[in-house]
Design a protein around this ligand. Structure first.
Ligand code: SF4
Length: 238
């Protein structure tokens, strides 16, 4: 498994950085609202680009970019993740990792070696509803462990910053789920509630729709009981 795509520049994926985004393929989850089946489903996999091509591109961009966002799929399944990070950190890049948190041992190893600067982790649902949202049965203690690892790394100064984020999508989630998520993530510096958007792969035809502005506000208010910085992302209609 290797990288499958590069977004050559982004100002929004990695806070306070001008970054490139590297996409990896493979994911153990099957979220019903996933927008990236070509990164998740083996029968729809996009063609790979070689490791050397990615490294050569990033080498040329030294001085123009200052960060790399690694996303997926699920990047912690990528066998070359650690060596890739070590190589590009050697070029001076800061690293943001996007993850679903299902491989805490990988996250722990990267943190222990101080190889990542920022982590964005998806919180799909309260733990007792995870499997309903992601379409497969999983060991949710692995999600809880990743949450704890990030919180501890941030408090100890190993990790400069991190965020959790939840996609607000009906009818999979409702305002009733906010308290369960709030209790899971208290103390996180930033929490993003991103509203569902339709894509060519998934939308109202599948029965999914975004939260209304009122529902998002109610969800946010409950989260704010334990999280200082709750941010709504996307558009919200009444
Ligand atoms: S974790 Fe992300 S990439 Fe994997 S299936 Fe869910 S939405 Fe798609």
């Amino acid at each position: 498994m290797s990288c499958v795509a590069i977004q050559k520049m982004t100002l929004i994926d990695f806070p306070r950085h001008v970054a490139a985004t590297v996409f990896t393929r493979g994911c153990p989850f099957r979220c019903f609202y996933c927008h990236n089946p070509e990164l998740v489903l083996p029968e729809q996999y996009a063609p790979e680009i070689s490791y050397e091509t990615v490294i050569a591109f990033l080498h040329k961009r030294v001085g123009m970019l200052d960060g790399i966002c690694i996303t997926g799929g699920e990047p912690t399944m990528w066998s070359e993740l650690e060596s890739f990070i070590k190589t590009v950190r050697g070029m001076g890049y800061a690293i943001k990792l996007d993850t679903n948190g299902y491989f805490p041992d990988i996250v722990s190893s990267l943190l222990a070696q101080k190889l990542i600067d920022y982590v964005a982790m998806d919180i799909k649902a309260p733990l007792n509803r995870y499997s309903e949202i992601i379409g497969v049965s999983i060991d949710t203690s692995r999600i809880a462990r990743s949450i704890e690892l990030l919180q501890a790394a941030y408090v100890s100064g190993i990790l400069a910053d991190y965020e959790f984020r939840t996609t607000l999508v009906k009818p999979l989630l409702s305002v009733d789920d906010a308290a369960g998520i709030r209790d899971l993530v208290s103390g996180v510096p930033h929490y993003y509630l991103q509203n569902f958007v339709e894509s060519k792969h998934v939308g109202s035809v599948n029965g999914f729709e975004p939260f209304t502005a009122l529902e998002a506000k109610q969800f946010s208010t409950i989260m704010q009981e334990r999280v200082a910085d709750v941010v709504l992302r996307g558009s919200f209609l009444n």
